[in-house]
Design a protein around this ligand. Structure first.
Ligand code: PEP
Ligand code: MN
Length: 338
């Protein structure tokens, strides 16, 4: 249920409504918009139905949200969510680029990658320290050492860090290093992990599960928000279909659809979305045209020797060329590639 307060509602009236809702053992989420405050109420339907909220002073209307997710919706928050990460804004008019290798492989490889993506104009360095690999014999990441290297790269370049957290036990150490915690496609419905990152004070980048519907993806974001962390960025990274020319089928319609349903920023990962470096540029350009708030792109100093995902990684030169295209398309779309 959503309670829309009138634009003239006073602080006292707002507090009285909150007290009433909490007294009925329901949970309150506040969305303070430019014009009005909206109260998201989570609790038992029966209890909520009995609350005489519409009669309370300052209440404009009470809206039943029939979807299973509520806080992610535009009913709860009309304006786009803009997340401020140390001065870099995600959402709104900016177009952000997160780039870097699939995995942190070595100090030299990471610092070189950081230098390249910084020079190309990215604001975030991506790179996995904990890698979810299909085979247990494949390179699993440098783990804590990888996190230290990411922190060093930030120190040296000023780039912000986005890196994956794979389990509840690692949330604290990854949060210590990362500016954004990434939840990978394979963990999109790891509900304990979602709740755990919902309780920390760091933005979360939530990748779409390999076979997740928009409904399931938005519900996963709702898990995080329901714990109090509203700084969620959605990332479309392709889904499994019958098509096997590409690694995944990049669903760009999801960007436009999510933008209609939700206020959360949406970024696109054309690297995992296609698995083919030659398709990364075209799909990155299309993503910006489709309204994405940013891109996550795999870049490696030498993709031919990458320990993971070399086939979908751009060389420094190709990344630079792509960034120029993106700046031009961003401009047409009324956005700034910051
Ligand atoms: C990644 O970005 O490193 C990754 C493993 O992506 P995904 O979870 O989308 O497969
Ligand atoms: Mn990868």
């Amino acid at each position: 249920m959503i309670i829309v307060m009138s634009p003239q509602a006073s602080k006292e009236e707002l507090q009285q409504v909150i007290d009433r809702v909490e007294a009925a053992n329901c949970k309150v989420h506040l969305s303070e918009g430019r014009v009005r405050t909206i109260i998201g109420v989570i609790g038992e339907k029966k209890l909520m139905a009995e609350l005489p909220l519409e009669a309370m002073d300052g209440v404009e209307k009470v809206v039943e949200v029939t979807e299973s997710y509520k806080l992610v919706t535009r009913e709860f928050k009309q304006e786009d969510t803009v997340i401020d990460i140390g001065g870099v804004l995600i959402g709104g008019e900016n177009l952000v680029v997160m780039a870097g290798p699939c995995a942190v492989e070595s100090r030299e490889q990471l610092l070189e990658s950081a230098r390249i993506v910084k020079a190309g104009g990215a604001q975030f360095l991506r790179g996995g320290a904990f890698k979810p690999r299909t085979s247990p014999y494949a390179f699993q990441g440098l783990e804590e050492k990888g996190l230290e290297l990411l922190a060093e790269a930030r120190e040296k370049t000023g780039l912000k860090i986005v890196t994956e957290v794979m389990d509840v036990q690692s949330v604290a150490i990854v949060a210590d290093c990362a500016d954004i915690l990434q939840i990978g496609a394979r963990n999109m419905q790891n509900f304990q992990l979602l709740k755990s990152v919902g309780r920390i004070n760091k933005p979360v980048l939530l990748k779409r599960g390999m076979a997740a519907t928009l409904n399931e993806w938005l519900n996963a974001a709702e898990y995080i928000m329901n714990e109090g962390n509203y700084n969620v960025i959605l990332c479309e990274r392709g889904i499994r279909t019958f098509e096997d020319y590409t690694r995944n089928t990049l669903d760009l319609s999801a960007v436009a659809a999510i933008k209609m349903i939700s206020h959360l920023p949406v970024i696109v990962d054309p690297s995992h979305g296609t698995g083919v470096w030659k398709l990364v540029g075209p799909m990155a350009r299309a993503a910006v045209a489709a309204g994405a708030d940013g891109l996550m792109i795999e870049v490696h100093p030498n993709p031919a020797v990458a320990l993971s995902d070399g086939k979908q990684s751009l060389t420094p030169k190709k990344f630079n060329l792509l960034m120029k295209d993106l700046a031009a398309i961003a401009h047409v779309m009324g956005r700034t590639l910051v």
